[in-house]
Write a protein that binds this ligand. Sequence first.
Ligand code: NDP
Length: 448
Amino acid sequence: MPILDEKLGDIYDEVLRRNPGEDEFHQAVREVLDSLGPVVAKHPEYTDAAVIRRLCEPERQIIFRVPWVDDSGAVRINRGFRVEFNSALGPYKGGLRFHPTVYLGIVKFLGFEQIFKNSLTGMPIGGGKGGSDFDPKGRSDGEVMRFCQAFMTELYRHIGEHTDVPAGDIGVGGREIGYLFGQYKRITNRYESGVLTGKGLTWGGSQVRTEATGYGTVFFVEEMLKVRGDSFDGKKVVVSGSGNVAIYAAEKVRQLGGTVIACSDSNGYVVDEHGIDLDLLKEVKEKRRARISTYAETRSGARYVEGGSVWDVPCDIALPCATQNELNGRDAAVLIDNGCAIVAEGANMPCTPDAVRLFAEAGVLFAPGKAANAGGVATSALEMQQNASRDSWSFDHTERRLADIMHGIHDRCLEAADRYGKPGNYLAGANIAGFIQVADAMLALGVI
Ligand code: NDP
């Protein structure tokens, strides 16, 4: 790890002390602080007004009990979270994650990342995140509905279109957002479309929201390639995961002339040298909610590998789109040996610090999640705009807006990296550009 300057080192020590056992949160804070040395050297006003210290402390953290009844009649108890991290730029905005690994440290890491990501989009949204340790896998629709209703029965008091606007994340897709919105509407007796994003197209949702995170990641990479006079044409791409982000990243890669030859889930991965068949992948994962092994059972020529690492498959471009810390130093070394030239994070913090360091040393271009996957939240903000004006835009128009936003984020990262002496470093550029906009707003709003 690089050595932090004294002021930033003190802040990091305080974060460790005040938030014990929250490893992912520590990691996310450290990654941002590592980039801020040149910024605090040039702008002492940020440390003088304790802007970074304040940024590291969520404005509000809500933890609640979620009791619900399963199909056998047994009462189940889960834990719900909403961390409202920073509202200097707008209402808190960030997804809900339903996964058994969710605890406060995960929600805080995601909420912290979200502040900078949302800032990078240039849209008026603050940062927050939430979720539960509920595992939707293997649960019936009825169980998922009752859980979502119980979750919203507490959450509704804390959210609103001008306060806090949740969306989906791992384990929370269109089905869950529907049940959550239904319960919010029932309790409040208000059709407040702007309170949640990721809604269905017939009840206030936006075109392209489903595709946005994956498409946006690929638009970002397209810009990275363009700067170097290159394109996706003929490139071999490996995507990890096979959920929302992975599927639509794969779809956009194919549209731009690349071939996605492998994807995964938490049990294993499939390799399909002819290119992943997206209709089949959607059928298996979105409709049947089955395992990725089912893909290989159905598609001739595809190979399933139980366990192992999808990063062993040689590729030109790697898009980690599954979960945090899924690509470690060992995986990075294999990718580098195999000639991989670009890694862009579709997921949040999927690369470990070791992996990121190895990519930098080897000259592999690296796009951090807070920049590369910001297309999801940006399109959520477009959904809020449409809701506020009771309008509904076409797919093509919304996709063009998304592409423009991603190109803007790409350029903002490069400009900030240049300005602070880290030319070409997307990680430093994303952290610096995301930070400065929030920090300036916090200075303007006073000590609150
Ligand atoms: P989904 O629940 O739709 O999909 C997650 C996918 O990742 C599943 O295929 C899951 O497999 C797989 N996965 C989970 N853990 C592992 C693991 N340890 N190894 C391999 N695969 C694994 O979630 P999303 O696609 O929505 O989210 C993926 C990532 O993108 C997350 O980091 C999320 O925070 C981030 N993100 C999502 C946005 C969105 O708009 N949805 C916006 C910005 C970021 P399995 O079914 O086996 O669990």
